[in-house]
Design a protein around this ligand. Structure first.
Ligand SMILES: O=C(O)C1=C[C@@H](OP(=O)(O)O)[C@@H](O)[C@H](O)C1
Ligand SMILES: C=C(OP(=O)(O)O)C(=O)O
Length: 414
């Protein structure tokens, strides 16, 4: 779907959708528990559908409740199953794939993972190295990853002990291991061999584990201790509003729309709540530097703010942005440049010079955050903006375009 946006300021109040990161985690913790959990407020985005689908393939029961909640019949120890090897279709969700690989290693025999778009090209090497070293079967062929969890609960391929992996590729590998290691018989430690980036995402994981009664402990800033022999307990929880998506509405406000973002928890474990501080940092004129290693998903909306502010903004420690749904350093720079802005990518940074935006055509590159960034940038353009492939917002924010229209956005389907 291609859209034309006629520049208009937006106005009104918005509650962002429920946190995608939190929803993945609550779903997995509930699916691992030995009973029935109830979750409320899960968004129906493609990524959350992917996690639901994969957990169902592993044997968890999902029951939509009349009040909009979801009852999950957890696997408990029954995650150990014989029978046909499950196929887990992760769609385009990196979180789903990386969170569930260690979980699938708790399953007897083979499990296969498939994906679409760029998913299977996104890094998996830290897992591959780690699991091969531990003798876990790992085969990635024709975009299908097959792992083998071993011969049953007392003969699992996954063993407790020390897990060492780089902390600068994706925190999602740590989250995946954090889900599986508590279920092993012995204690484990999870060590980041480089300074750990996206650390707040691990706090979100620990919070979801804690909701299910599973404990972990930081031994130092790069080491987590995971006691074995734990059991996930069923629980009830409601997903919080999503600070990463709120970033786009903060950006709209920055660009002189009157958008009030509601329903966010200022004490959330979501690291992207830092957008409320960065907004004010960018509101001060002059050159600015922002380290995005802890908040990679905020780069597209922050870059839109940078495109109109007075001064040059350099976003640093951003190499990981190249490994998302698109190469986000390239696609963010391309989107701003296409609209008449000035942005240049470096190997691990993005520099944006403030100035007027004219309008033009943005190719979303199948990346939801580029589509939303283009939509917000359009509000400050002097001419129309064409957004190619605008349906990709379904990945994380299915009603983004409806909300945009409700706020007064002028959109036409081409
Ligand atoms: O754990 C999570 O929920 C996420 C972690 C981050 O990835 P990296 O740790 O790979 O940067 C983030 O970009 C992604 O959208 C969601
Ligand atoms: C990178 C993202 O998600 P994932 O890694 O789960 O695909 C995202 O939502 O921007």
């Amino acid at each position: 779907m291609d859209l034309q946006i006629i520049p208009k300021k937006l106005s009104g109040a918005v509650t962002p959708p429920p946190s995608k990161s939190q929803a993945h985690r609550l779903l997995i913790a509930a699916a691992l528990s030995g009973g029935r959990s109830v979750l409320h407020g899960l968004a129906d985005s493609q990524d959350i559908q992917a996690t639901r689908r994969c957990l169902t393939a592993l044997g968890a029961g999902m029951e939509d409740l009349p009040d909009g909640g979801l009852r999950i019949h957890g696997l408990g120890n029954s995650v150990v199953q014989a029978g046909p090897a499950p196929i887990l279709d992760c769609g385009e969700s990196g979180s789903t794939l990386r969170f569930l690989i260690p979980v699938a290693l708790l399953v007897q025999g083979e499990a296969s993972f498939t994906g679409r778009g760029r998913l299977m090209e996104r890094p998996l090497k830290p897992y591959e190295d780690l699991f091969r070293e531990k003798g876990v079967a790992w085969k990635l062929e024709d975009n299908v990853l097959t792992v083998n969890g071993g011969r049953g609960y007392d003969a699992l391929a996954l063993d407790s002990g020390a897990y060492r992996l780089p902390g600068n590729v994706s925190s999602q590998f740590f989250t995946g291991l954090l889900f599986a290691l508590p279920l092993l018989n012995g204690d484990s430690i999870l060590v980041s061999t480089t300074p750990l980036e996206s650390r707040d995402y691990l706090e979100m994981t620990r919070q979801a584990l804690a909701a299910a009664g599973v404990t972990t402990r930081w031994a130092d800033e790069n080491t987590l201790c995971v006691p074995g022999g734990q059991a996930y307990q069923p629980f009830t929880a409601t997903a919080e509003a999503d600070w990463s998506q709120a970033g786009f509405w903060y950006a709209a406000d920055f660009l002189d729309s009157q958008v009030e973002t509601r329903g966010l928890d200022p004490d959330s474990a979501q690291g992207d709540k830092v957008v409320s501080e960065l907004y004010w940092k960018l509101a001060r004129p002059g050159d600015a530097e922002i380290d995005v290693s802890g908040c990679p998903d905020l780069l597209p909306p922050l870059a839109v703010m940078a495109a109109v502010r007075s001064g040059t903004t350099c976003f640093t420690n951003a190499a990981r942005l190249r490994m998302k749904e698109s190469d986000r350093l390239a696609t963010t720079a391309a989107a701003l440049t296409a609209l008449g802005g000035r942005a240049e990518e470096g190997p691990d940074f993005l520099t944006v010079r403030g100035g007027p935006l004219a309008g033009g055509t943005v190719d979303c590159a199948n990346d939801h955050r580029i589509a939303m960034a283009a939509a917000i940038a359009a509000t400050a353009c002097s001419g129309p903006v064409t957004v190619l492939g605008a349906e990709c917002v379904q990945k994380s924010y299915p009603d983004f375009w409806e909300v945009y229209k409700t706020l007064g956005g002028d959109i036409h389907v081409l």
